[in-house]
Ligand binder design. Structure first.
Ligand code: F6R
Length: 244
């Protein structure tokens, strides 16, 4: 795993943006796997800036997102579909039909998982962007999700509901279930860019880099992927020691 430790969130976002932009420049029709949450907001801001400055076009890029809450329509401001449109897709030249996310309102959940797995198989990701949960989850693969998992539905861990409640008016409003890509789907990406910022991610980052590979810390599976770059700030890297 390549590890880049930077001073702060802004520098993490700068490095992340250069990794994404290089991927798109190398292959203007690449497939990007994208994440939501607070972590990639700075990256998306910079991607928008790069597009406006004419540095990069996303006209032929395809995007697939990691996960979506069950029970929220894509028009709901807290849905991940809405988040992606607001923070990225509506501000760059990616075609709406080239953006993909699970349908949170699907009535047949099994069929929706199968549809998404087939889509992922037909569109291998050149680069998968990931954040990491304070408990080491990636996408919504909570601790003890099998490493071989594909797109599935999950009950969110109480710690995740709590972490995500800052974006909702009341904790009761946070959906308790979600669709998520599985760990196998994530591992299928050719390259993985995982971002972490802040002291609350320090334990998870330690487990990701130096811990045992265990389903108790889902991100640890990335140690088995040959092409991962971790970009994290000093606060998130604080438990890694001086050797990195
Ligand atoms: C988001 C996702 C999650 C987040 C993680 C970190 O699509 O899949 O795994 O990456 O919960 O969230 P933030 O970035 O808000 O700390």
């Amino acid at each position: 795993m390549e590890i880049v430790v930077v001073e702060n969130y802004d520098e993490m976002s700068d490095v992340a943006c250069s990794v994404v932009e290089e991927t798109v420049k190398r292959n203007p029709a690449c497939v990007l796997g994208l994440a939501t949450g607070s972590t990639p907001l700075g990256l998306y801001e910079r991607m928008v800036r790069g597009y406006r400055e004419g540095k990069v076009s996303y006209k032929n890029v395809k995007a697939v997102n990691l996960d979506e809450y069950i029970g929220l329509p894509s028009s709901h401001p807290q849905s991940y579909a809405f988040f992606m449109r607001e923070h990225l897709f509506s501000q760059i030249d990616i075609l709406p039909e080239n953006t993909h996310i699970e349908n949170g309102m699907a009535t047949d959940e099994k069929a929706e998982c199968a549809r998404y797995n087939a889509l992922l198989d037909s569109m291998p990701r050149d680069l998968q962007v990931l954040g990491i949960g304070s408990n080491g989850h990636i996408a919504f693969n909570e601790p003890f999700t099998p490493f071989g998992s594909e797109t599935h539905t999950v009950a969110l861990a109480e710690s995740t509901v709590k972490d995500n409640s800052r974006l909702f008016e009341r904790i009761e409003d946070v959906p308790r279930r979600a669709f998520t890509m599985g760990l196998k789907n994530i591992m299928d990406a050719r390259r993985i860019l995982i971002l972490a910022s802040g002291a609350n991610k320090a334990n998870a980052v330690y487990g990701l880099v130096k811990g045992e590979v265990t389903t108790a810390l889902p991100a640890s599976i990335l140690q088995k992927h040959g092409n991962v770059v971790l970009v994290c700030d000093r606060a998130a890297a604080q438990k890694l020691g001086d050797g990195v």
